[in-house]
Design a protein around this ligand. Structure first.
Ligand SMILES: *Cc1c(COP(=O)(O)O)cnc(C)c1O
Length: 428
């Protein structure tokens, strides 16, 4: 596979951009090799600057539920573009967008649009602190909530991949208000609450985690978490930046049947443009400026281009609810094929899947916790990643991420992927 142009660009990029990339995991650091510079995407495929074609399972790390460049989003964008790109004044599409989010995710009675998932989670915590007049928060080891200071404590995703789950640059004071519990272990939460009685403002969780690889909260754990929050007057925040509109129309809360007080969104909600949102109970959200005293603002928040792209994506979901059946069928086909491929090659690795999110953990033991996830052999994953890449299949360049299946993946794509996996497993 010719990668000359990517190699040249990467050398040039490293001179001017830290590590050559604008978000760490893109750099292939944990799997080695040169990141491919992508020229364009179409449907289930992406094409690099050297003209190589890949079946893409990253989907821009989550947003592309319908694959690359779906016509209905492109045309919505072109139409919006003609009227101007930004006004810094309210627009009709923002009202439509808020109503639609509230319709698809009923726990969201009121919502504020922002520009990224990170902004959504940071703002949600501020609102929860303002509302409860308490300061400490609980997060779970291995969960990733963007790069806000107080979230970079035992975080997942790139932070976990690069071995800096707790980042330098985060002050001790900032870190001190973030308490870390164990995912799927309710006693670890109870213990922290006991030790900090009356001081916890919020608990934030990826109820179906994607950033330590795909790991779902157990039924009893998530239900008990809800009860604990009610008893202790703690705001329960589901970080649905990845799972929102992905695992179901109504996100992880619909799948698990537990209602959070606040939800955060990103990725799919922007239809491929930079968008985030946080919303939930009216009584909490009303504390946000200008209806309340908790300040939060954004020059480009609710940007018309972004809103039109996101609105097109969510409208499509509303009008075509059967896509979740389609995604489930395709994803289970891929899962089963991967299992067959492993069997064929005499391998036995663990697969977790939640709808169209799936992770192949390079460990043979069950993965239902952070502790179990980090038993994975990440260097073996790196080898598998490159075997697949050389066969034209683009998986996430890090173990602790999810493969995303889109509606654009065809049976042919899935079969090619499974065949590539068969050959790749044999090479390990
Ligand atoms: C991606 C992600 C974020 C961060 O969103 P950005 O748009 O990258 O800032 C936060 N939480 C979860 C669960 C995510 O998957």
């Amino acid at each position: 596979m010719n990668t000359h142009k990517s190699e040249k660009l990467f050398e040039e990029a490293k001179k001017f951009i830290p590590g050559g990339v604008n978000s760490p995991v893109r750099a292939f650091k944990s799997v080695g090799g040169t990141p491919r510079f992508i020229a364009r995407g179409n449907g289930s495929k992406i094409y690099d600057v050297d003209g190589n074609e890949y079946i893409d399972y990253i989907g821009s790390w989550g947003p592309h539920l319908f694959g690359h460049n779906p016509g209905f989003i492109t045309s919505a964008l072109l139409k919006a573009f003609e009227n101007g790109t930004s006004f810094g004044a309210p627009t009709e599409i923002e009202v439509e967008m808020a109503k639609l989010i509230s319709e698809l995710v009923p726990s969201v009675e009121m919502v504020r649009m922002v520009n990224s998932g990170t902004e959504a989670t940071m703002s949600a915590i501020r609102a929860a602190r303002g509302f409860t007049e308490k300061e400490k928060i609980i997060k779970f080891e291995g969960c990733y909530h963007g790069h806000g200071d107080f979230f970079l404590i035992k975080a997942g995703s790139g932070a976990l991949t690069f071995g800096v789950p707790t980042s330098p640059g985060v002050t001790k004071k900032n870190a001190a208000d973030t308490l870390v519990a164990d995912f799927n272990d309710i006693n670890s939460v109870k213990k922290i609450i006991e030790e900090n009685k009356g001081e916890i403002a919020a608990i934030i969780i990826e109820a179906i985690a994607g950033n330590m690889g795909t790991v779902s909260a157990s039924d009893s754990f998530i239900k008990q978490l809800r009860i604990l929050c009610d008893e202790e007057k703690i705001v329960l925040i589901f970080d649905e930046v990845m799972t929102g509109f992905r695992v179901a129309k109504g996100g992880a809360q619909e799948v698990l049947g537990v209602t959070p007080d606040i939800s955060t969104f990103g990725k799919i909600i922007g239809g491929g443009l930079p968008v985030g949102a946080y919303g939930g109970k009216k009584e909490i959200m009303q504390i946000v400026s200008p209806s309340g005293p908790v300040y939060q603002a954004g020059t480009l928040s609710g940007n018309p281009l972004a809103m039109n792209a996101g609105f097109a994506a969510l409208s499509y979901i509303k009008n075509n609810p059967e896509i979740y059946l389609e995604l489930e069928e395709k994803s289970s086909y891929l899962e089963n094929g991967m299992r067959e491929a492993m069997k064929y090659a005499g391998k036995n690795f663990w697969i977790n899947r939640a709808g169209s999110m799936m992770t192949l953990f390079f460990t043979s033991e069950e993965v239902n916790s952070y502790e179990a996830a980090v038993k994975s052999d990440t260097s073996l994953y790196g080898k598998f990643f490159h075997e697949m890449l050389n066969r034209g299949v683009y998986l996430p360049p890090a173990q602790y991420e999810a493969f995303f299946v889109s509606t654009a993946h065809t049976k042919e794509d899935l079969d090619k992927t499974i065949n590539a996996a068969k050959e790749s497993f044999l090479e390990l």
